[in-house]
Design a protein. Structure first.
Length: 80
């Protein structure tokens, strides 16, 4: 199952993509599936039919992991 993430690349807008697995501390690159802008538009610097991109970890500032649709929402106690 793919993990939906937001990838923050240095000097670029954030990229919405899927990863097959989270990167390990020893990884030097990541393989992003279906890269797109946060509004689901194509990235301007990629060819139109690109579905996978390999980015070097040296260009990535940080990665946000989005919650899966099937995850349960945590309900906290409500004080009445």
């Amino acid at each position: 199952m793919a993990i939906q993430v937001i990838i923050h690349v240095a000097n670029e807008d954030p990229i919405l993509a899927e990863l097959e697995r989270l990167p390990a501390p020893t990884d030097v690159s990541i393989l992003a599936l279906n890269p797109r802008q946060r509004d689901n538009k194509d990235l301007r610097y990629l060819a139109q039919n690109v579905t996978q991109v390999i980015w070097p970890m040296s260009r990535i500032t940080f990665i946000e992991i989005m919650p899966a649709a099937d995850e349960e929402k945590i309900v906290g106690f409500v004080r009445e």
